[in-house]
Design a protein around this ligand. Structure first.
Ligand code: SF4
Ligand code: SF4
Length: 440
């Protein structure tokens, strides 16, 4: 694609990067076939190619974003299916991230939009605030039908039935290996996940220490910054990311780290991109060190000696989170690991398509998100599994809100199959979602 940025414009490193990306696009349109929003809405402007044209026009002309451009960029899930499909290697993620930051700086959103976005940015990344908000939302949920805005209704509908107590495992500390030490790793305990589901980090720590890892929860590390990054709120996302970079670099300098392990794939995609996000920052070298060490839990487990297991007589429908399969290009590890410990694994049709969760997307775009959720649940249930597994809390909340099947994190099943307790979500009493117990 030809571009017409001036030399002056290209002095801005973000514009220079977007120029490179735009020039790689050959307009072939292959990406439209796998774009969930194009499949739902059928509008070229809601396809990757359409959005690329809108972004090019906005950036080249240095213009104030118009409402139409913002609408179509906002409707993008950042699922990155288009990057998996594109034969020209167009790095759509960096392009849309730049467009979102540009919109945030140059566009005045309607008041309700600004308020909602500000509230989400000030609550979701902070586990204690988020916990309080969940409790308040639980009280308000009987009145969800009276909400004047569908986004407020969507927020109340996503509140889980149970809010778990705080887990002290998420506090800064070090967990000793339970077998001869193989690695020293830092676990990213996250933000929203700590308020929504503490079983995932608990299972991760049990499994990794059993397999010979010292697991460190670093002092000062927290939210990865993805939630605000995807809203275009660059200053906020960089501030939280910088705290992580400093915290993990202190561990690297102090005792060394073989890996920084992430069990929320949406966060993993962002942490792996810190090197790019901070490329022009004084923290560039430290950020690159963090990105080099960042690993999804499934990547690390492939390097450890996970014991083989006998047949569990349970069929697991594996939901591939977009951030794992497209953002990090990890497609087979979770399925390989689940089969290795004895589960039968099935996959839904159109497994490349997003479930509609996508960070705050299900709250800000409830109609498109609802349609994608219904399609995803239908394809998962069509496989008649005993349960569903996924590697991202956002997907678990989204899918779990629309099915009676239990849904757990992949790592909880791997922990259970290798000596850990049964995942609490599989027992009738403690399941966070509705449904029946599945254990035979
Ligand atoms: S990131 Fe997903 S929703 Fe956005 S343009 Fe690409 S495929 Fe479509
Ligand atoms: S598939 Fe790639 S090259 Fe083709 S239109 Fe989409 S982004 Fe451009």
């Amino acid at each position: 694609m030809q571009t017409t940025f001036t030399e002056d414009q290209l002095k801005d490193p973000s514009v220079a990067r977007s120029n490179e990306i735009l020039r790689a696009c050959v307009h072939c349109g292959f990406c439209t076939a796998t774009c969930p929003t194009y499949q739902v809405l059928g509008d070229e402007l809601d396809s990757p190619r359409g959005r690329i044209y809108l972004i090019k026009d906005m950036l080249e002309n240095n213009r104030v974003p118009d409402a139409k451009t913002v609408k179509h960029i906002d409707r993008c899930l950042s699922c990155l299916a288009c990057m998996t499909t594109c034969p020209s290697g167009v790095h759509y993620m960096h392009l849309v991230d730049h467009a979102r930051a540009y919109i945030d700086k140059n566009y005045q959103r309607p008041l309700t939009d600004r308020l909602l976005r500000a509230v989400l940015a000030r609550i979701l990344p902070y586990p204690n605030r988020f916990r309080l908000a969940l409790l308040a939302a639980k009280i308000a949920s009987p009145f969800k039908g009276m909400m004047p805005d569908p986004r407020l209704k969507a927020m109340l509908e996503m509140v889980p039935k149970q809010i778990p107590p705080v887990s002290c495992n998420d506090d800064p500390q070090s967990f000793a290996p339970q077998s001869p030490q193989k690695k020293r790793v830092a676990l990213m305990t996250g933000c929203a996940q700590k308020a929504l589901n503490t079983d995932i980090n608990d299972a991760t720590i049990r499994l990794l220490t059993r397999l010979g890892c010292e697991v460190v929860v670093a002092e000062g590390a927290g939210c990865c910054g993805a939630l605000t990054h995807h809203m275009g709120r660059e200053d906020e996302s960089h501030a939280t990311a910088a705290k992580n970079i400093r915290a993990w670099n202190a561990e690297i300098t102090n005792k060394g780290l073989d890996a920084i392990v992430i069990n929320t794939s949406g966060c993993g995609t962002t942490v792996k991109d810190y090197g790019h996000m901070f490329r022009n920052d004084p923290l560039a070298a430290e950020a690159a060190q963090v990105s080099q060490r960042a690993m999804d839990i499934s990547e690390l487990l492939m390097q450890l000696d996970l014991p083989m297991g006998s047949d569990k007589d349970l069929t697991v429908a594996y939901h591939a989170a977009c951030s794992l399969q497209h953002g990090q290009q990890i497609k087979t590890h979770p399925k390989t690991l689940l089969k290795r410990v004895g589960f039968k694994v099935v996959e839904p049709a159109d497994s490349h398509l997003c479930c509609g969760s996508a960070g705050t997307y299900n709250l800000m775009q409830p109609e498109i998100s609802g349609e994608l959720k219904a399609r995803k649940v239908k394809t998962l249930e069509a496989k008649s599994p005993d349960l569903i597994a996924a590697g991202n809390i956002g997907c678990m909340m989204q899918i779990g809100s629309a099915t009676d099947l239990p849904i757990v994190h992949t790592v909880e099943l791997l922990d259970w199959a290798t000596g850990g307790p049964q995942p609490p979500a599989l027992s009738a009493e403690s399941r966070p979602y509705t449904g029946v117990p599945i254990l035979r």
